[in-house]
Design a protein around this ligand. Structure first.
Ligand code: GDP
Ligand code: GDP
Length: 454
C-alpha cells in the first residue's frame, strides 16, 4: 500500500553502514612481528558480528576487512597476515610498511610497550614518516596500569600521544579507535582495484581427481611463473593461465603432496580444505560422477557454504559413466544438491580432458555473481513490487512489513532487510529465491539478514 511504498523509498539517513557511495577510508595496521598486530585487528573486528566468520589466527590472503567504530566504516588492512605468507623469503618489514602506506589513508603504528622501541621500529618509522600519512601510535601489551608508564616513554618518538592498549584484553581499545577516527578522512581512496589473479581452491574428497585436474589444467594451459623481484610468491600456490588470464590455484602443494593414508588423514584433509577455502575466492568442488554422492561430499560443500566463497560443482571421471549412471546421478543431484542448485555444474574428465575448458566460464560466472552489487534504488523497487504482490503472512493479527533493504556487502552478496517485525524463515527463502530469479547470482551464496525496527 501507499505507506509501504513511501517507506520503501527510504531516505538517506536510513542507509545502514556498508551502503556507501563514497569509498571507505583505509587504515593500515603496521608494526614489526609479534607486537600484536593480528591480535589488535581481531580485537577491532570482534566488535562486529558480520566478520565473525573470518576465523582469527588463520593465515588469510585477503587481508582487507570491513571494520566499524562509532558508526564509521573503514577498511582495515592487516599486515600481520602478510608475514606468514612469505615462506622461505627473508621478511622485510620496511617493504611491508611501504606497501601498507601506499594503500592506506592513515596508519596505526603498533609497538610493544614492554619492549620499547627497537631498531626495526625505527626503520619502520622512517617509512611511515616519509609517507606523510597520519599516524596513530598504539603502545600495545599495556595489560594493566603499571604498563602506562612505559607507554608514556613513547612520547619522545614525536608521534604525539601514545595510546596505551591491550589488544589481548581490550583495555584502551575504545580510546585508540576514537583517536583513529579523528585522523581518518571521511572519504578514502578506497581499495585498490582487485587486479590480481583470482584465487581458486580445488577441493573434494580424496581420489576424486584433484591432482589429476590440476595437472591437466597446468599441462594444457600455460603455468605463469612470476619472478618479479620482491613479490611475495607463495610456494604452495600455482598460477595457471586460463582464457589468457592468470589464475591462482591456492594450496596446490597440499594437493600434489598426497597425504599418506594414515591415522588422522581425514582430519588433515578437512583442515587443508578449510585453509584452501580461506585463501580462495571461488571453490571448485570435485565430485566423482561414477560414484554416489557421499556424506563427505556434502560436508565439503557445507564447508564452502560456511566460508561464503563462490561455488562451482565439477563432476569428474565423466569418461567412466554410462547412460544409466547418468540418470541415477541426475536423481541424486536433485535429491542431495537442491540447496546448491544455483551453482554452475561442469561435467568433465581430468583423464581425457573432456570439458575441462568449461571450467573457465563457470568460474567467471560464479565470481561475477559473488562480486555483484545491486544499487539500493533497484533493490527497493524490486522488493516494493514483491511485497505488494506477496505480503508477509499475517500472524496473530499482525503484519510484518518490509520497510527498506540494502546490500551491505559483496563477496558474497549480503542483504539487510529492515522490517517492522519478525520475518518467517519461509518468507526469507522466498525473497532469496526471487532475488536469484531477478538478479542471477549463479554460483554465489546470498545472505539475507533482517533487522527489526519499531
Ligand atoms: P603480530 O605478529 O604483530 O601480528 O603479533 P600477534 O598478534 O601474533 O601477537 C604476538 C604475541 O603477542 C601473541 O602471543 C599475542 O598473544 C601476544 N599479545 C598480543 N597483544 C597482547 C597484549 O595486549 N598483551 C599481551 N600480554 N600479549 C599480547
Ligand atoms: P585426488 O586425491 O583428488 O588428488 O585424486 P587423484 O587426481 O590422485 O586421482 C585419483 C585416481 O582417480 C587416480 O588413479 C586418477 O588416475 C583417477 N582419475 C582422476 N581423474 C579421472 C578421470 O577423469 N577419469 C578416470 N577414469 N580416472 C580419473
Amino acid at each position: 500500500d501507499e505507506e509501504d511504498l513511501a517507506l520503501l523509498d527510504g531516505d538517506a539517513e536510513e542507509l545502514p553502514r556498508g551502503a556507501h557511495a563514497a569509498p571507505m577510508p583505509v587504515l593500515a595496521v603496521v608494526g614489526r612481528p609479534n607486537v600484536g598486530k593480528s591480535t589488535l585487528v581481531n580485537r577491532i573486528l570482534g566488535r562486529r558480528e558480520a566478520v565473525v566468520e573470518d576465523t582469527p589466527g588463520v593465515t588469510r590472503d585477503r587481508v582487507f576487512y570491513e571494520a566499524e567504530w562509532a558508526g564509521t566504516d573503514f577498511w582495515l588492512v592487516d599486515t600481520g597476515g602478510w608475514e606468514d605468507r612469505v615462506q622461505g623469503i627473508a621478511y622485510r618489514v620496511a617493504e611491508q610498511a611501504e606497501i601498507a602506506v601506499e594503500l592506506a589513508d592513515a596508519v596505526l603504528f603498533v609497538v610493544d610497550a614492554n619492549v620499547g622501541i627497537t631498531e626495526t621500529d625505527e626503520q619502520l618509522l622512517k617509512v611511515l614518516r616519509r609517507s606523510r600519512r597520519p599516524i596513530v601510535l598504539a603502545a600495545n601489551k599495556v595489560d594493566d596500569e603499571r604498563g602506562e608508564l612505559e607507554a608514556a616513554a613513547l612520547w619522545n618518538l614525536g608521534l604525539g600521544e601514545p595510546h596505551p592498549v591491550s589488544a589481548l584484553h581490550g583495555r584502551g581499545s575504545g580510546d585508540l579507535l576514537d583517536a583513529v577516527l579523528a585522523v581518518l578522512p571521511e572519504e578514502g581512496r578506497g581499495l585498490p582495484p582487485d587486479s590480481g589473479p583470482r584465487r581458486v581452491a580445488l577441493v573434494g574428497r580424496p581420489n576424486v581427481g584433484k591432482s589429476s585436474l590440476l595437472n591437466r589444467l597446468a599441462g594444457e594451459n600455460r603455468v605463469v611463473v612470476d619472478d618479479v623481484a620482491g613479490t611475495t610468491r607463495d610456494p604452495v600456490d600455482e598460477k595457471i593461465e586460463l582464457g589468457g588470464r592468470p589464475w591462482t590455484f591456492v594450496d596446490t602443494a597440499g594437493i600434489r603432496r598426497r597425504i599418506q593414508n594414515t591415522q588422522g588423514a581425514d582430519f588433515y584433509a578437512s583442515l587443508r580444505t578449510r585453509s584452501a577455502l580461506d585463501r580462495a575466492e571461488v571453490a571448485v568442488v570435485l565430485l566423482e560422477a561414477s560414484e554416489p554422492i557421499s556424506t563427505q561430499d556434502l560436508k565439503i560443500i557445507d564447508m564452502v557454504l560456511e566460508s561464503g566463497r563462490a561455488l562451482v560443482l565439477a563432476f569428474n571421471k565423466w569418461d567412466l559413466i554410462d547412460e544409466e549412471r547418468r540418470r541415477q546421478l541426475e536423481w541424486e543431484i536433485e535429491k542431495d544438491l537442491a540447496h546448491v542448485a544455483w551453482a554452475p555444474r561442469v561435467n568433465l574428465s581430468a583423464r581425457t580432458g573432456r570439458h575441462t575448458d568449461k571450467l573457465l566460464p563457470a568460474l567467471d560466472l560464479a565470481l561475477d555473481s559473488w562480486d555483484t552489487r545491486i544499487p539500493t534504488g533497484r533493490l527497493n523497487a524490486f522488493l516494493g513490487q514483491l511485497v505488494a504482490a506477496h505480503p508477509h503472512p499475517l500472524r496473530g493479527g499482525k503484519q510484518s512489513r518490509i520497510l527498506f533493504a540494502t546490500q551491505a556487502r559483496t563477496r558474497p552478496p549480503r542483504f539487510v532487510i529492515f522490517a517492522s517485525g519478525f520475518l518467517e524463515h519461509g518468507y526469507r527463502r522466498f525473497i532469496e529465491r526471487r532475488l536469484r530469479e531477478d538478479f542471477g547470482f549463479a554460483g554465489s551464496p546470498v545472505e539475507i539478514g533482517v533487522r527489526i525496527r519499531e
